[in-house]
Design a protein around this ligand. Structure first.
Ligand code: ADP
Ligand code: ZN
Length: 648
């Protein structure tokens, strides 16, 4: 037992050394050390870490420490290319094998494998199951197998890939090679499916905290969409963001509007053609534009780690989708904002899309599982309920994924906890007025009409129906129509009002709605939220360096005063926004020259630390986060020269 402990300590030491030397990181993220040790100890493992949790390091670092070859199965070529390019920047040789490669390319990889010059090999799943391939790898000294995005093996996941299923056969072919599976999204059901499908033996199961503490969530009823989206973008000048729309036509309308307002943005959806899509994505990754306006077709394989905001211009399809799409913000751990604009109309938009796609499917002879149709409606309702509720967004998400919330009373990073939602005065009476107005309108009208009656509007429809003579006419005449709509949506979200499916979304009362109307049940409503005008309300950026803690003013990377404690002494430092911009430009230029995305050169955090500490010698660069040995030698002189010329 004593020697086991010793082994572990030695393993940890080797890992710490390689992580500092190659990547320039001085600390492990939660569960990284455990996952790496399990790997060194040749144990099977299932590691579930949230997006940005640092999964790749968990298998890359042990691969460099141990003898033999580590093979990583990964579903997307672009993801593999990114990792290989990133490793190359850090001075690590890695390669990939896919079915799409030229024969000569494959030959070259095999030569390097035989020469023993590769420790890491990325393989696409369909390449992996080519007969004879596994045996070949075994001869080449295969030491460990890693399955990335392991949820793709499960039918229960949201991203099932048939070619993943056959990976399960390898356990019998490779009884002695340990397998480690990684994923960001796994419900308990998917988790046990992964273990079973891969035949993992007594796996070390490591499940991280799903809470994305660096994300701030805000939900707003959609009113002036373009203005609302612009106000989010303007809180993040010069920073990267994604705006998700429901339909392609929404993308085609919104993108030019934003461009007219001076935002550097491009559209992305399946209707654009592969070449345009690829180009727009590449320009986003290369930092030539800040904003992508897209349908949910945009996402898989987007590894830009400094996405600072994600806007949903419409309700997402479900809570899982919401978590996944917002999860693309802040992968680098920096504070990021997720804003969702919603409206009852989106709920119907999705329902109609679904009904249409089902009737299309039926028309072409495809059976639709009625239970699946029901489940997707239930997911939509759940999302709508989430949107209109006023419970802490972080708490809700964590609990939704089956984890206990231990973030305390106030998460400090959602509209609810930041106090941006105010309880409506007189909610009970307002709810009663709305509900009884729905009844007076004979439960045959939609939210727009009911709101018009309540505010006493003189519309054609109201006069035609004689609704100007209803006792509820004009009861809420002093309130803004948007506000009335907002309350109606909350009553739908609370399940006191039901919206008819289909073309005419008429409102009717549920059983609990009747109880509220009769004052037999309490109800809580909220006024329209007041979003922050500037980013003052956003949490401060905090960057930790070897020399202590640097805190950033929340507005803009690098402006304002910062304090660094070094050996207990307080030093006043100014992070110069101009220098930060110059370093970003240098990064962009180098990336273009080398044909890699800028974030593979250095992350924003590294540039911020450079802009704060302003090192002018290579020695001073050492220990700055994200600068390993290879980058120190390769990029260090260029960045130091830039800083020296800046300081003049
Ligand atoms: P995931 O695949 O889990 O979403 P990544 O592996 O892409 O996350 O890592 C997210 C970011 O965090 C990357 O930029 C990575 O370099 C960085 N990172 C990972 N581990 C550490 C660490 N221990 N210290 C600092 N940064 C880290
Ligand atoms: Zn909260």
């Amino acid at each position: 037992m004593g020697s086991g402990t010793l082994e572990r300590e030695k393993g940890m030491e080797a890992l710490r050394e390689v992580v500092a030397r190659v990547w320039g990181y001085s600390e492990f993220r939660p569960l990284q050390a455990e996952a790496m040790l399990a790997s060194l100890e040749r144990r099977d493992a299932l590691v579930v870490l949230a997006t940005g949790g640092g999964k790749s390091l968990c298998y890359q670092a042990p691969a460099l420490v141990r003898d033999g070859l580590t093979v990583v199965l990964s579903p997307l070529i672009s993801l593999m290319q990114d990792q290989i390019a990133g490793l190359a920047e850090s001075g690590v040789q890695a390669a990939m094998l896919t079915s799409a490669q030229e024969l000569s390319e494959k030959r070259e990889v095999f030569q390097r494998l035989r020469a023993g010059s590769l420790k890491l090999l990325f393989v696409s799943p369909e390449r992996f199951v080519v007969p004879g391939f596994i045996e070949e790898l075994a001869q080449l000294g295969l030491a460990t197998l890693v399955v990335d995005e392991a949820h793709c093996i499960s039918h229960w996941g949201h991203d099932f890939r048939p070619e993943y299923r056959r990976i399960g056969e390898l356990r019998t072919l490779l009884p002695n090679v340990p397998i480690q599976a990684f994923t960001a999204t796994a419900t308990p059901q998917v988790r046990s499916d992964i273990v079973r499908q891969l035949g993992l033996r007594e796996p070390e199961v490591l499940v991280g905290n799903f809470d994305r503490a660096n994300l701030t969530y805000r939900f707003l009823p959609r009113a002036e969409e373009v203005e609302q989206v612009l106000s989010v973008i303007r809180r993040h000048p010069g920073e990267a963001g994604i705006v998700y729309c429901l339909r392609r036509t929404d993308v085609d309308e919104l993108a030019p509007e934003l461009a007219r307002a001076g935002i550097r943005c491009l559209p992305y959806h399946a209707g654009l053609g592969a070449a345009t899509r690829e180009e727009n994505q590449a320009r986003f990754l290369a930092e030539e534009i800040e904003v992508i306006v897209a349908t949910v077709a945009f996402g898989m394989g987007i590894d830009r780690p400094d996405v600072r905001f994600v806007v949903h211009a419409a309700l997402p399809k479900g809570v899982e989708q919401f978590a996944q799409e917002t999860g693309r913000a802040g992968r680098d751990g920096g504070p990021s904002e997720c804003v969702m604009l919603y409206s009852g109309a989106d709920y119907h938009g999705w329902r109609n899309l679904q009904e249409r796609s089902h009737s299309d499917a039926r028309a072409s002879g495809v059976e639709i599982d009625p239970q699946e149709a029901e489940r997707s409606l239930a997911r939509l309702s759940e999302m709508y309920g989430f949107a209109t509720s006023a419970t802490c967004r972080h708490r809700f998400l964590v609990q939704h994924f089956g984890q206990e919330w231990n973030g305390g009373e106030n998460c400090g990073a959602c509209d609810v906890c930041l106090g941006e939602l105010r309880a409506a005065a007189d909610a009970q009476r307002v709810a009663q007025m709305i509900l009884s107005c729905v009844v007076r309108c004979e439960q045959r009208y939609g939210a727009g009409h009911v709101a018009d009656v309540l505010r006493g509007a003189s519309t054609e429809r109201i006069r035609a129906a004689g609704h100007d003579r209803l006792s509820t006419f004009g009861l809420l005449h002093e309130r803004h129509p948007r506000e009335i709509r907002h309350w109606i949506e909350q009553l739908v979200g609370l399940d006191h009002l039901r919206v008819a499916p289909g073309q005419y979304p008429t409102l009717s009362l549920t059983r609990t709605g009747v109880e509220v109307m009769k004052a037999q049940r309490d109800v809580q409503l909220y006024d329209l939220p007041v979003p922050p005008r500037s980013r003052r309300a956003a949490p401060a950026r905090v960057v930790t360096t070897r020399r202590g803690k640097i805190s950033f003013e929340p507005d803009g990377a690098g402006s304002g005063r910062t304090a660094v404690t070094s050996d207990g002494a307080e030093i006043e430092l100014t992070v110069d926004a101009t220098l930060f911009e110059r370093l970003r430009n240098l990064r962009r230029r180098l990336a273009r020259e080398r044909g890699v995305p800028p974030y593979l050169i250095f992350g924003d955090r590294t540039l911020q630390e450079l802009a704060a500490l302003r090192p002018t010698t290579l020695d001073e660069l050492r220990g700055i986060r994200g600068i390993g040995q290879a980058k120190l030698a390769d990029l260090g002189p260029l960045f130091v020269a830039e800083i020296v010329s800046f300081r003049g």
